[in-house]
Write a protein that binds this ligand. Sequence first.
Ligand code: CP3
Length: 340
Amino acid sequence: MNSIFTDTLQGKETSRPPVWFMRQAGRVLPSYLKLKEDYSFWQMMKDPSLAAKVTLLPVHDLGVDAAILFSDILVIPYAMGMGLDFTDNGPVFETPLKDVTDPLSKLNPDPGKLQYIYDAIDKIIETRPENNPLIGFCGAPLTVLCFMLQGLGTRSNFADAEKFFFTNKELTKKLAEAVTELSIVYALEQIKHGISAFQLFDTHAGLVPFEYYKEIFLPSVKKIADAVRKTGTPFIFFPKGIGTGISEIDHEICDYLSIDWQTPLQHARKMVDPKVGLQGNLDPRILYSDQDTIRKELEKFIPFHKQEKNWIFNLGHGLMPGIPVENVKFVIDWIKETKW
Ligand code: CP3
């Protein structure tokens, strides 16, 4: 495949940094918002043709250098038997694990319940434009467990999940292992069906102290990473909010590290293993400002690129609802037209 995204991941020099955005399909695109009037999120995800269509919307409408599978990190708990609904207030589990006496025994992993996603990947590969790679993904065990335990995914409140982590450390580890096992099956199957890179989302990694993270969750991350990387598929890791913990995420764990908006990219470069490439990290909220302000923020990345070629342009977290799509397009055009 002749793609600036896969070339960069393979360490080849390219004329500019590749660009894609976390949450590029399901948040700001008018073409997506229009589809949402007729279909629920579950309907779009479960119908391979619709999922493929939505996956490729940002490629056609925005010109990003890679597509990311239109799915969700919570398909794993769903495939472990947890009833899941996506409501206007976010995802809701029928029976949160915090309310269950023996949570491990309640989980019943069924890999067959992920088949619709592989069908969607087949459809994407069949219908995508030439040379446009597909990124597969899943959630990291900590973030997925936050939702499984808490049940209601209101954005920043995982109080019961946090309490659980500290009162049931051994059980937390076992639950993380159960999520890991199915995530590995899932990742390998995505690879079989033709994804070009894999990103692990650990959006809530910053909820626990890094020492705790290292002890309880990082071994699971490493297992998923090892399984993916053994196939030769590049592995991108996004542990949001771990602060100086990034200095301990080395090439043993990932090929690329996605940096959150809290951490200046230059600082990240000094802290992270030089063998690990970086992805990121424009603050998505900058995209609410006017285009002059956005351009000034973008220009700050030029000196960074001069010293660092192993870099993929992205945001420091996903696109947010209400960001004007013109501003997203402006960033992509700027990346493509700038003399780097
Ligand atoms: O561009 C894309 O949207 C790609 C597909 C994608 C979705 N979720 C679709 C989605 C991806 C990569 C995710 C990852 C995801 N899901 C994460 C990690 C990344 C991040 O943004 O932090 C997390 C924490 C989730 C869990 C989740 N799923 C939440 C908190 C919500 C509700 C709020 C929201 O919109 O994010 C969801 C639902 C969800 N996932 C929607 C979409 C398009 C919204 C469904 C709707 O509009 O009804």
